[in-house]
Design a protein around this ligand. Structure first.
Ligand code: GLC
Ligand code: CA
Length: 514
């Protein structure tokens, strides 16, 4: 069974920050079309677009006002259609983000619901009468999950108050989303990334969140019916379309339930994403991942960054190298040189594992988390809703540097919506293309070599702090997370850093032909 998404490299485009085509300082579809060559050159199989729909941008587009059009800041529906065609011509598939848990408060349904206490649209959301706040659940961005309307009723929003949660018990909500899927499938998209996929179904009794009690909205069993319906719609289209879940769950077993053969094709490996740069932890995550995916025939995914988490070169350059939303550690001591060495090793490790791999824009340039964004320019609702305790996610969303020696580094002609560090003059696509030792060159070589790697993973004997495995009979990957250089056997195909007198140095990964 070989379908493209089983071993694809999927590149995440964050439309606001990829490239700006019209000089307003905000990335757009014209910018993506003008720089599609970068992705062809890099060798990716697919692009995943973070939301591109009309949206007040209260959560950078994860607040969708209309699921069947394109945000005017980004362009037009006709441009999206042209982009899909151009990408397909270049051999690149298109995956789009679908946001089913909530809509924007500007969505026509919510506007109708607000207009009158008797509006039937209230049934499409979670409205409850006042005066008491219905629960004291804590929101995903911090703060309460209920906001009161002028008529005294409360509505539920697990995220920002501009993102009211839909009521998935209502048939209209279900039908609407099936129709939205068809709308985009008809326009040729190859798949969907399902936002906040485990949160859609709520317990209507609205119980409190208590330890050892069933959670009122995390991973309720009813959510699986939704994805079974979606899978049927997707399966009715030609051409291997795919469904990818954003499923944050502590248990690999519960996670795997989303990947049963009639549900999603894959889901982001967020355990791998959050894992510290620690050999025992990484080995455990890899083993758990393969253990729960294999019996289902589901495809594993490998992710080291996205638009929600601290950039890897920063994260791996700190004393605490894991990621958690609770502790972002902005401003803690960071050794970017060490972080970059490890990010290179992590890239070769993750790209050698069996399954699909994700690359978040700028990861291939080794960009660091930008931690000195002036408070007045920060846009993330996490920053605002946490009363500025949480720095939010803007630091990994800064516009890409393409060329030139000064900001905006070829991003566009206007002032970028978030300021770029001056040091990115050495990190532009143009500089890195010309340098065989650059992060970009490493990713490009890895993506090309990866095409000939196949077969299941088999661990090779190694010291405990070294991760060494074979894929098939001819390929091996060795990641040295120990404190000293180690010997290896085989012919070197690619290394994340220089070797040390024929030995593999610490924090280095090597690909070998056996
Ligand atoms: C997902 C997205 C994140 C967004 C949230 C609410 O976690 O990745 O960026 O803020 O959902 O839609
Ligand atoms: Ca623009």
């Amino acid at each position: 069974m070989s379908t493209w998404w089983r071993d694809a490299v999927i590149y995440q485009v964050y439309p606001r920050s990829y490239a700006d085509g019209n000089g307003d300082g905000i990335g757009d579809l014209a910018g993506v079309r003008a720089h599609l060559d970068h992705l062809v050159d890099l060798g990716v199989d697919a692009i995943w677009f973070s939301p591109w729909y009309p949206s007040p941008q209260a959560d950078a587009g994860y607040d969708v006002a209309d699921y069947r059009d394109i945000e005017p800041i980004f362009g037009t529906l006709a441009e999206a259609e042209a982009l899909i065609t151009e990408a397909h011509t270049a051999g690149i598939k298109i995956i789009i983000d679908i946001v089913p848990n909530h809509v924007s408060s500007a969505h026509t349904w919510f506007q109708a619901a607000l207009a009158s206490p008797d509006a039937p649209e209230r049934e499409l959301f979670w409205f409850r009468p006042g005066p008491e706040r219905p629960t004291d659940w804590e929101g995903e961005f911090g703060g309460p999950t209920w906001t009161q309307t002028p008529d005294g009723a409360w509505y539920l929003h697990l995220f920002d108050k501009a993102q009211p949660d839909l009521n998935w018990n209502h048939p209209r909500v279900r039908e609407e989303h099936l129709d939205i899927l068809r709308f985009w499938l008809d326009r040729g998209v190859d798949g969907f990334r399902v936002d906040s996929a485990a949160l859609l179904v709520k317990d209507p009794a609205l119980p409190p969140v208590l330890p050892d009690q069933p959670h009122p909205f995390h991973d309720l069993d009813g959510v699986h019916e939704i994805y079974r319906e979606w899978r049927q719609v997707i399966g009715s289209y030609e051409g291997d379309r795919t469904l990818i879940g954003e499923v944050w769950l502590p248990s690999p077993e519960r996670f795997a339930r989303y990947l049963r053969p009639d549900e999603m094709h894959s889901a982001f490996n967020l355990d791998f994403l959050c894992s510290p740069w620690d050999p025992a932890r990484l080995r455990q995550v890899i083993e758990d991942t393969l253990r729960v995916h294999e019996p289902l025939g589901a495809v594993a995914t490998w992710v080291i960054s996205n638009h929600d988490v601290t950039r890897p070169v920063t994260r791996y350059g700190r004393e605490e190298t894991g990621f958690s939303f609770a502790a972002k550690r902005e401003g803690t001591p960071t050794d970017l040189r060490l972080g970059t060495v490890r990010a290179r090793a992590a890239a070769l490790l993750s790209l050698a594992l069996p399954g699909a791999a994700y690359v978040y824009q700028g990861e291939e340039l080794g960009l660091e988390e930008v931690e000195d964004i002036p408070p007045a320019l920060r846009q993330d609702p996490m920053w605002h809703r946490s009363g500025h305790r949480d720095p939010g996610r803007d630091g990994c969303r800064v516009p890409l540097p393409w060329s030139d020696t000064e900001p905006p580094f070829g991003f566009g002609t206007g002032t970028p919506w978030l300021p770029q560090p001056r040091g990115w003059k050495d990190r532009t696509v143009a500089v890195q293309r010309a340098d065989p030792a650059s992060m970009l060159s490493l990713y490009r070589s890895a993506l090309a070599l990866r095409r000939s790697v196949s077969g299941p993973l088999a661990w090779l004997p190694s010291e405990p702090d070294v991760l060494a495995f074979r894929r098939g009979s001819g390929f091996a990957c060795v990641a040295n997370l120990s404190a000293s250089a180690v010997p290896f056997t085989g012919e070197v195909l690619l290394a994340s850093g220089p070797l040390d007198d024929g030995l593999l140095p610490p924090d280095t990964t090597i690909w070998l032909a056996l």
